[in-house]
Design a protein around this ligand. Sequence first.
Ligand code: PEP
Length: 250
Amino acid sequence: MRVPLLAGNWKMYKTVGEAVELVEALLAGLGTLSDREVLVCPPYTALDRIGALLSEKPIGLGAQDVFYEAEGAYTGAIAPQMLRDVGCTYAIVGHSERRQYFGDTDALVNRKLHAALANDLRPIMCVGESKPQRDSGQAESIVVAQVRAGLANVTVAQMQSVVIAYEPIWAIGTGDTATPDDAQAMHAAIRKTLTDLFGVETASSVRIQYGGSVKPDNVDELMSQPDIDGALVGGASLKADSFLRIVHFQ
Ligand code: PEP
């Protein structure tokens, strides 16, 4: 019932030429996939070119962030309408690197999420705990609080377009992955929070991705967990062969 979403977050990697090369290799190796959805999130500079290449193709286009205003004197920011204009249908909000290096708070994440929804962009809202938070037994309460704050004032109807990505910070780019059992336990806690907020029917239809050093050799086990509905992939999405193996999880 939940179509798995495999998304590549390219972060601050790839010139336009390199991005084109990667997307061409992905398109060549993808094959026909009717039971899963594939998405790439290139840097802003490549979105226009990649958007044109992906038109009518089975790979979607997403942005790595989005600002909450439609236009104005906001140097360096990108409006949701601008992302729609180049073919984006998704936008990541609240990635831990945005929270850590750019000061994105839960309140700001919530504003960005609403701006995305208001402009037909599906938000992928990232949540996750740090290593000290996990070691001190606070992981679940931190993640649940992020989910509640990030989804403030979202309606049941809007939730149909929202994707949550659970990304433990200590697992991002480190090669340390959450065990499938630990990831499943957190996904179940997130889904329980969604049930409290939106009811069981909505909660059971929302996709919750896992992110944090997803690789070809751990994707199958992670994806076999009942509440893991996809992956948000950083490093392993930068090469066609590894991302294609992830996309073709069994
Ligand atoms: C990410 O960028 O969201 C991520 C999970 O990165 P990595 O797969 O490299 O850990």
